[in-house]
Every structure is written in C-alpha cells, then in structure tokens.
Design a protein around this ligand. Structure first.
Ligand SMILES: [Zn+2]
Length: 459
C-alpha cells in the first residue's frame, strides 16, 4: 500500500497527548498515526524534524467580506492559511436596512447563507457559517430549521447596535433554536448603558482613544451576559458566549457552568495578549467591541480557560484598513481588527511560553473544542478517518510580527513589532499543502463550505 503523504519525524500533539509519531495521509484524510518509521510508503514525505504536528486551527468567529471586513474570501483564507488556520466560521447575515448595513433591502437568512457560499467559492481553507439574526421579523423563526438543514447549526444575536434584538424577540429565537437543538450565539453588552456613556463622551468631547474602553465598561458585558445566559437556560437552548473579555463576565458564566450545563464560551486572542494600554499606544487601531481590558482581566481569561469556564480562543477577525480606523474621534472609527494570521503564534506565546500552558491545552482551545462545540466532527483532531487538516509548527523559531507580511487586506496589525517565539511552517487542508514557509502554495477554491451538524455537548 502507498499513501499520498507521510509527515515524518515530528512530534504529534493532540487534545490529550504529545508524542513522537509519524502521520500518514491518504485521499485527504488521516490514514494512520504511529511510531516513527512505521508508516506505509508515500508519494510525498514531509520532513517534520523539530516541528510540532497539530490538528489545524479552527476559528469559530471571523468576519469576512461584508460590512465588518474588507477582506475577500481569498485574502482572508490566505491570512488564515499562513496562520495555521484550516477552518473558520463566518457569518451569514439576514439583510437589514440601516447605517451599518451594506444591503439595499431587507432579506432572509437563507439568502444570507447563499450569498456567503458564493463569496466562498475561491476559499483556500474550509469554512462554515453562523446565521445572524438582525431584525425582529417573525418570518426568521421559520427559517431556523431550514438553515440547520443547510449546515448552519448556530445563530447569532446581538444585544447592541442597530442589529440588537430585544430580550423578548431573542426569547422567541431561542425557542426555535431549542426546538432544533441548535446553538444560540450571543454578543453581550448592555447597549442602554454603553450608548448613554458614548453620548456623554461625545458631548464632553472625549474623542481620544483611551476614552473608548471607558464607554463600554466590563460590567455592561457582565450584565448582558447574565441576562442572555439566564434566558437561554430557562428556555432550554444551548448558549455560546462570544468574545468574553473580562473577569466579571467570566464569573457570570462560571456560576452557570457545571457538568450538564448547555453553556459554552470563548475569549479572543487579543484579550489574552493585550491590555488597554494599547489605546494609548495605538490609538483607534485596536478599537474592538467589547474593548481590550486590564491585566487582571487577561489573567482571568487564562484562569477561566484553565478551569473550563471558557472553551475556545477565537480571533473575531475583521479586515479593516487604517483609514477606516484612524478617525479624529474614536466614535467615528470602525470596530474590529484583523487577527487570523497572527493568532496561533501570539496565543502560543502568551499561553505556552509565558504561562506554561501545555501543547494539548493549546490544541483543545484552538482546534478540538471549537470543532466539537460547533458540530464539525471531521475537524479538530488527528484521528484516522478525519480530515487531514494539519499545522506544522516550529516552537523555537522567533520572529517579529509586522503588517507588511499581512495577506489580509488590512494594512495594520495590533501586534505590530511584537516578537514571538513559535512559527507556522506549513498548513495542510484535507491533505493539500496550502501554505508553506510563509508563502501561499495552495489553489484558491480548494476550500469547501462545511455543512455543520447539530453538536452534541454531552460528550
Ligand atoms: Zn465578531
């Protein structure tokens, strides 16, 4: 028997273990993992001496090619591939009319799914979609089941912005989500407070970036998280809290997490690696909602990842240009920043190098957990029979992050000038190398839309 590829001489990392092993890949799937030298003959042998061989990163929270990102699927998946990311989950929007909208008229969730699938035809890596409910039109309740059938098994709701829903309507969406056994995904900030503070700062002329985090304080995030998670539990729906940033919000989630609870949550790389000093240093560039917090909140993110309150580290990637960020007053700046390309090396540095977290921990929070939480059974593992999505990572190589290397359309990095130890050397998606040594080598269009299943959170 001859297989397509053998990755030889590396150290395999899984969600539970780390050991010397070779990996055989055939027909886009993992064929075998075993003792060095024990694999069958291969068409191609990849030398992984000195490298870690990990399941590809699964990023369940990115914004691509819509009002929150100038990145196309080509540029975003290139950034992802260079960053060791083999699957991401973007958003399919129910079209609405408003200041933030790019849509000419209102539209349905299913149209939103089709629209993103068309945009994704040139993808380099695999991608899935969350549905995003933006309007209180009861017709959307009838779409939830069809969206699940189309492979979209999670639904995002906002408590803030013009797309924010009232708790009353969220309740109805959650009932439909619970009926399907799908997942409710929540952006939680109490908008009545953040809007009031924003207005106040505008009146007072407090337009410098360091005022921005004070307009969206940590307790507003905790308040809304408490309301949303309480309601989801009462309705009996799976709850996923996106971008947890602070100790207070994490404490709210910790209070409702137990072995049987249908609650899962993430933080993002930047909340583990940066503090609100960035607003002094970089102005509006790191303006992200919720804001980057204090050092104590950074430590809380690690405590809560360690104790299992938080399951996942994502990027919340938004591809914006400097000119969209560098406005005179922070309230005119776009919210969000790019992170797909730098996420793994930055989190590796913050978690493993600086805090001594293990490599299996890294694999769990960046690959295995996101795949499991969002119903991607063939992803996030090196088990034989699953997709051969692999990242080869040199844990010793140091380099300095700069936006000059960005494959994203975004022309800045909130990690600019940061020296990190640990570098992505090769990214493999379903058996095909898509990035190697910092260059894209794969074919655009190799990436596929991933029909996600309904996740089982009891395993
Ligand atoms: Zn987001």
């Amino acid at each position: 028997m001859t297989v397509d590829t053998v990755i030889a001489g590396g150290e395999v990392v899984t969600a539970s273990d780390r050991y010397r092993a070779d990996v055989a890949i055939d027909d886009g799937e993992i064929a075998a993992v075993g003792d060095p030298g024990s694999m069958p003959d291969a068409e191609e042998t990849i030398d992984a001496a000195g490298l870690l061989v990990m399941p590809g990163i699964v990023d369940p929270h990115v914004h691509i090619d819509d009002m929150f990102s100038v990145d196309s699927y080509e540029t975003a998946t290139a950034a992802a591939a260079l960053g060791g990311v083999t699957t991401y989950v973007d958003f399919a929007w129910q079209a609405w009319e408003g200041e933030l909208s790019i849509f000419e008229e209102e539209g349905t969730l299913l149209e939103g799914i089709e629209r993103k699938q068309q945009k994704g035809e040139g993808a380099l890596i695999d991608y899935g979609l969350h549905g995003a409910v933006t309007r209180e039109d009861p017709a959307v309740l009838e779409e939830i089941g069809d969206a699940v059938d189309a492979g979209v098994s999670s639904f995002k709701m906002f408590t803030a912005y013009e797309i924010g829903l009232t708790y009353g309507f969220m309740h109805r969406v959650l009932e439909a989500v619970a009926e399907e056994d799908a997942v409710g995904v929540f952006h939680t900030e109490d908008a009545t407070v953040t809007d009031m503070l924003t207005e106040r700062f505008i009146e007072e002329g407090k337009g410098d970036a360091p005022w921005y985090p004070r307009s969206r304080p940590d307790y507003t995030e905790a308040m809304a998280a408490h309301d949303a998670v309480t309601m989801a539990q009462e309705v009996g729906a799976k709850y996923y809290g996106i971008h947890t940033t602070c100790r207070k919000a994490a404490d709210v989630l910790a209070a409702v997490r137990d072995d049987g609870s249908e609650v899962r949550a993430e933080t993002c790389t930047h909340y583990t690696a940066l503090t609100d000093d960035v607003y002094d240093e970089q102005g509006n560039l790191p303006m992200i909602a919720p804001p980057i917090r204090k050092q104590d909140d950074v430590e809380a993110m690690f405590e809560r990842l360690r104790d299992g309150t938080l399951d996942i580290v994502s990027t919340d990637h938004c591809g914006y240009k400097r000119e969209q960020k560098e406005t005179e007053n922070w309230w005119d700046s776009a919210f969000g920043a790019n992170g797909l390309q730098a996420s793994l090396p930055v989190f590796h540095d913050a978690g493993v190098n600086e805090r001594g977290m293990s490599y299996p921990f890294l694999v769990r929070v960046m690959s295995t957990n996101p795949a499991r939480v969002f119903g991607m059974t063939g992803k996030g593992t090196l088990d034989p029979g699953t997709d051969a999505d692999v990242v080869l990572f040199d844990p010793e190589e140091s380099y300095t992050i700069t936006a000059e290397d960005n494959a994203s359309e975004a022309d800045f990095s909130i990690y600019e000038g940061r020296e990190v130890t640990g570098r992505v050397k090769r990214t493999i998606v379903r058996g095909e190398t898509v990035a190697a040594d910092g260059e894209i080598v794969g074919e655009y269009g190799h990436g596929e839309f991933l029909e996600r299943e309904l996740p089982d959170w009891d395993v």
